[in-house]
Design a protein around this ligand. Structure first.
Ligand SMILES: *[C@@H]1O[C@H](CO)[C@@H](O)[C@H](O)[C@H]1NC(C)=O
Ligand SMILES: *[C@@H]1O[C@H](CO)[C@@H](O)[C@H](O)[C@H]1NC(C)=O
Ligand SMILES: *[C@@H]1O[C@H](CO)[C@@H](O)[C@H](O)[C@H]1NC(C)=O
Length: 393
């Protein structure tokens, strides 16, 4: 009725015509802006930028794969990344502090993404990142995580170093961990409960008690989503909904995998010892795996099944389009696509299919670009200078 009044009061035909055109435009915009219930809020045609994200990148949990997805998102939308002042981690294993962050580039009002390794101090991260940031992290089966940490950091973590030449180093360590492990040495953060350490928990020696229930609840309030590596695709589908991503934006290949990791024998005795040694990681993992399953239940099993099928067919397509073959060792990868290699393990990388058309090449290249190279590339893009590998100021 207000419309009819407006129409009558609009006066001469020219004004009426203008009013009509305005109304049509409004209707058209609503029709275009509407998305089907299965489409994410921020669909293909939406100009809305992605949300701000803090991803606490835990060690040896499959976190590089999600980091790569978020790097690509940032690059596509020209987002401002909170980079470490030097190298690719925030002065790890120190607790995060705003001073570890490279200042904003000229013209940027805020950071949008923080994705690099750190030891969490949530209050300090909040001083750097916008208040509406979404907090994500990823956890993995503690037995797998510890095996992987042990293999990757055997020559760097002080508690592991004496076992460098042992024939069965992990078994030897677990037989008498106290002989090698000095909890006062901060370099040993990854040597026990590595995921809890990354999330800022101070495990100490105290194993029981309601204190840990409170700590886990606090983390559950901090994080909008905790992905679980063993249910990576389900986790990604939930992340897609949370971040408003298009299905295509979830394409990934598994990055930073270790040669031989899949056929590693985890003898039941060894697994038991690993769980006992990493008791807080076990609690952390069990807690958040249950949280994830409740999330999946709320999302709906049928809906999840459909999304998983779509995701997996996208992943198959992506691999067929982009990759020359399976992941290969460093001797077989191109220099620029070779992941960083620790002394004690072989990390696999990918080669691209030869003669990809230029647009496809760019997409595929980003997909397989290892963490350090991606870091350096985005840093250069944002600051117009090289990333410092040592303090350079
Ligand atoms: C990102 O920046 C480039 C170069 O400045 C520009 O051409 C492009 O349109 C921007 N993209 C978005 C999504 O803002
Ligand atoms: C392991 O062997 C190398 C080469 O033989 C040697 O330099 C190193 O000191 C040994 N490390 C330990 C912890 O025994
Ligand atoms: C964790 O937080 C979610 C809300 O994000 C809540 O629904 C759930 O009950 C919490 N889980 C536990 C175990 O407290």
């Amino acid at each position: 009725m207000a419309l009819a009044r407006l129409w009558r009061s609009a006066g001469p035909w020219r004004c009426r015509a203008l009013l009509l055109a305005g109304l049509l435009l409004l209707l058209l915009r609503q029709a275009v802006g509407r998305t089907s219930p299965t489409e994410p809020l921020r669909g293909k045609n939406s100009a809305r930028p992605p949300p701000n994200v803090v991803f606490v990148k835990t060690h040896k949990t499959g976190s590089s794969t999600l980091q790569n997805i978020l790097f690509r998102l940032g690059e596509r939308h020209n987002l401002t990344v909170a980079f470490p002042r030097y190298t690719y981690q925030f002065a790890y294993p120190q607790r995060f502090a705003p001073a570890f962050v490279e200042p904003l580039p000229p013209g940027a009002a805020r950071y949008n993404l923080l994705l690099s390794h750190l030891r969490l101090a949530a209050g300090e991260v909040r001083r750097v990142m916008p208040p509406d940031s979404l907090y994500l992290t990823i956890l993995r089966d503690p037995v797998r995580t510890f095996q992987s940490v042990f293999a990757y950091y055997r020559s760097t973590v002080p508690a592991f170093r004496p076992l460098a030449n042992h024939t069965r180093p992990l078994a030897a360590f677990l037989q008498a961990p106290a002989r090698y492990y000095d909890p006062a040495d901060m370099g040993n953060g990854l040597a026990r409960n590595p995921m809890a350490f990354d999330l800022g928990l101070e495990a100490g020696g105290e194993e029981g008690g309601s204190r840990w229930d409170r700590e886990l609840e606090r983390l559950n309030r901090t994080f909008h989503l905790v992905l679980i590596a063993e249910h990576f695709d389900e986790s990604l589908v939930l992340a897609r909904e949370l971040l408003g991503l298009r299905l295509e934006e979830l394409a990934y290949v598994r990055l930073n995998a270790r040669r031989g990791a899949m056929d590693e024998a985890s003898a039941p005795g060894l697994a038991r010892q690993i769980r006992a040694w990493n008791w807080l990681d076990v609690r952390l993992y069990q807690y958040f795996r249950a949280v994830l399953w409740r999330r999946v239940e709320r999302y709906g099993y049928t809906r999840m099944k459909g999304e998983l099928e779509a995701l997996r067919s996208l992943l198959r397509e992506t691999r067929e389009t982009c990759l020359a073959g399976e992941a290969v060792g460093p001797e077989e990868t191109a220099d620029e696509l070779r992941p960083w290699q620790p002394d004690s393990a072989t990390i696999l990388g990918y080669n691209l299919r030869p003669s990809l058309p230029p647009a496809q090449y760019a997409t595929c290249y980003s997909l397989v670009l290892p963490e350090l190279q991606y870091h350096a590339r985005l840093y250069y893009r944002q600051y117009g200078r090289e990333l410092c590998s040592l303090p350079c100021d």
